[in-house]
Write a protein that binds this ligand. Structure first.
Ligand SMILES: C[S@@+](CC[C@H](N)C(=O)[O-])C[C@H]1O[C@@H](n2cnc3c(N)ncnc32)[C@H](O)[C@@H]1O
Length: 253
């Protein structure tokens, strides 16, 4: 699967340079790191939302270095296409590719190089928060999904992508999370794995109305949290019992 970006396409995409700078640290964290958020609970929710993937053609928007694509192949998917804008991550994904997964350098806001109604399932695993035009991504995915297909969007929870941090007492103990600038949509600047990261905050209604206006049916909305077994393995996830950090939209065409 070739690249679907022209020489200047994507070069100035907001946040891309940050992803390229972080790529090596990201690959190491995804492959060898503890990665508590995914391994500790989000993978379980995403796989449950996918259901039986045996034989399915699946599109992964913002696949990164390809770990979720490989997980879907291991579970019997017929074909998985991972799309990402970050060249070092696509190169890394290709290094581990098998016979039923392919990786493509492209912007998920424009999937015109894919045939209409050619996928059974599409996933977006913490990608839409990084996409500057999430409506374009919705439209692109809607076009390539078969009728009856589903789009699973795992995202930062709008309560947490807004702004804010933990308010702590003098002893440094967490008291509560501060929620601020909720209605001020747009760019947010963070640090992840020691590197700068830019993503986008949108309100809950912006996301939901965006899915509906694209034509998707909202089948379910899931707010993942952790149970005792998750906490036994990943005690650092205890915040997840207190505040909603993530949300999964299960959408149907
Ligand atoms: C938080 S990472 C998630 C990676 C992967 N889904 C996972 O969970 O391991 C977000 C990914 O989205 C990619 N990305 C951001 N904007 C994109 C766009 N417009 N088109 C394609 N990929 C994009 C980044 O390069 C990055 O790999």
């Amino acid at each position: 699967m070739p690249s679907h970006m022209s020489s200047d396409d994507g070069q100035n995409y907001i946040g891309l340079r940050e992803w390229e700078n972080m790529a090596q640290a990201w690959i190491e964290e995804m492959r060898y790191g503890r990665n508590p958020v995914r391994r500790g609970f989000l993978d379980r929710y995403m796989l449950a939302a996918c259901g039986d993937v045996t034989g399915l053609r699946i599109l992964d928007c913002g696949c990164g270095e390809g770990r979720f694509c490989r997980m879907l192949v291991e579970r019997g998917a017929g074909y998985v296409l991972g799309v990402d804008l970050c060249r070092p991550l696509i190169d890394a994904a290709r290094e581990l590719k098998g016979e039923r997964d392919e990786y493509c350098l492209a912007n998920v806001e424009n999937l015109d190089f894919l045939a209409p109604e050619s996928f059974d399932l599409a996933v977006s695993y913490l990608n839409q928060c990084d996409v500057s035009d999430f409506l374009a991504n919705n439209r692109a995915v809607y076009r390539v999904l078969k009728k009856g297909g589903r789009f699973l969007v795992a995202n930062l929870h709008p309560m947490r992508s807004a702004a804010g941090t933990w308010c702590r007492n003098a002893a440094g103990e967490k008291l509560h999370v501060i929620l601020d600038r909720y209605f001020d949509e747009g760019e947010r600047h963070w640090t992840m794995l020691g590197c700068p990261l830019i993503n986008f905050h949108r309100t809950l209604s912006t996301y939901i109305r965006g899915f509906i206006s694209t034509g998707f049916e909202i089948i379910d909305v899931v707010e993942p949290t952790v149970g005792p077994e998750d906490l036994a393995a990943y005690p650092e996830l205890d915040d997840e019992r207190r505040v909603p950090n993530f949300i999964i939209y299960i959408l149907g065409k």
